[in-house]
Design a protein around this ligand. Structure first.
Ligand SMILES: [Zn+2]
Ligand SMILES: [Zn+2]
Length: 276
């Protein structure tokens, strides 16, 4: 990534985090009320904030993985990265691709570890948002009840993952999203929603939220969204606690003796592990 592209990525991510934080506050305030249907005003506000954050996060993720060109309209092709950044910083209009275009191309290329189901979540979220924001439907209380789960699911499993996929340090992940996000996940009915959504056979303890919702096969915590990139991260066995698939190791951090730096999500050992 060029220095200019990194500046754009960093600004997009910072803004996405800002809207993510505000959406978290709205959902957390609603969760404090317990488990009634969501207040319509809260649902509208949270949906708009999550949409803006997701658009920014998708752009940031595209720039991170594929460079600045990947988000620009073809009409900008003749400008260098430095020219584009100078225009952005000088408040001169730069044409970027629409969210729909970026979404379709990311989906087609299987980027950011998001699968068909995850992109399906985006599509249903957009339908809900359109109903909430543009068409002013009268929502049935049951719709507004389900909406808490729909919005939270979109926040955790699409938005947060777009921003943090490939983050190798759970501590850095926690610091970046902040305690209020993790506090929101303590909302009582969330655990029940998770159980209705996915059954994990042999879950591991997530190093970020410390709950047993980590899916070794998908390299992802189904509770807080912490996810690892299969290119950089592998799964191995732990000699200390004799678990066959509990060590997440850094494929790119191989020592001279062949061992890899890793972390066991069963017994919490952090250190060097032999990898078969
Ligand atoms: Zn977690
Ligand atoms: Zn272990």
């Amino acid at each position: 990534m060029t220095q200019e592209a990194n500046r754009v990525r960093s600004a997009l991510s910072a803004n996405a985090l800002l809207f993510l934080g505000r959406a978290t506050d709205v959902l957390a305030a609603d969760a404090e009320a317990g488990d009634p249907p969501m207040a319509r005003e809260d649902a509208v506000t949270a949906a708009v904030l999550i949409q803006i954050a997701t658009e920014l996060a998708l752009k940031a993720a595209c720039v991170r993985e594929q460079g600045l060109r990947s988000i620009l309209d073809p009409s900008e092709a003749r400008r260098s990265d430095a020219e584009v950044v100078a225009r952005i910083e000088g408040n001169v209009k730069v044409d970027t691709l629409t969210f729909e275009r970026l979404k379709e191309s990311s989906k087609r290329q299987g980027l950011f570890g998001l699968n068909e189901d995850d992109w399906g979540v985006v599509t249903s979220f957009q339908t809900i948002r359109n109903r909430l924001v543009h068409l002013d439907f009268n929502f049935h209380p049951a719709d507004l009840y389900d909406m808490k789960w729909d919005l939270l699911h979109m926040l955790v499993h699409v938005l947060v993952r777009l921003l943090f996929v490939g983050t190798r340090s759970p501590e850095a992940y926690r610091d970046a999203i902040g305690d209020r996000f993790f506090k929101l996940l303590d909302w009582g009915p969330y655990e029940q929603h998770l159980r209705n959504w996915v059954q994990l056979r042999d879950p591991l303890v997530c190093p970020a939220c410390e709950h047993s919702w980590f899916h070794a096969g998908q390299l992802r915590c189904m509770r807080c969204g912490l996810s690892y990139d299969a290119v950089a991260c592998g799964v191995g066995s732990c000699g200390d606690c004799a678990s066959p698939n509990s060590v997440l190791y850094d494929k790119l951090n191989r020592q001279a003796d062949g061992r890899h730096l890793g972390r066991c999500l069963r017994c919490s050992k952090v250190g060097l592990f032999p990898v078969a």
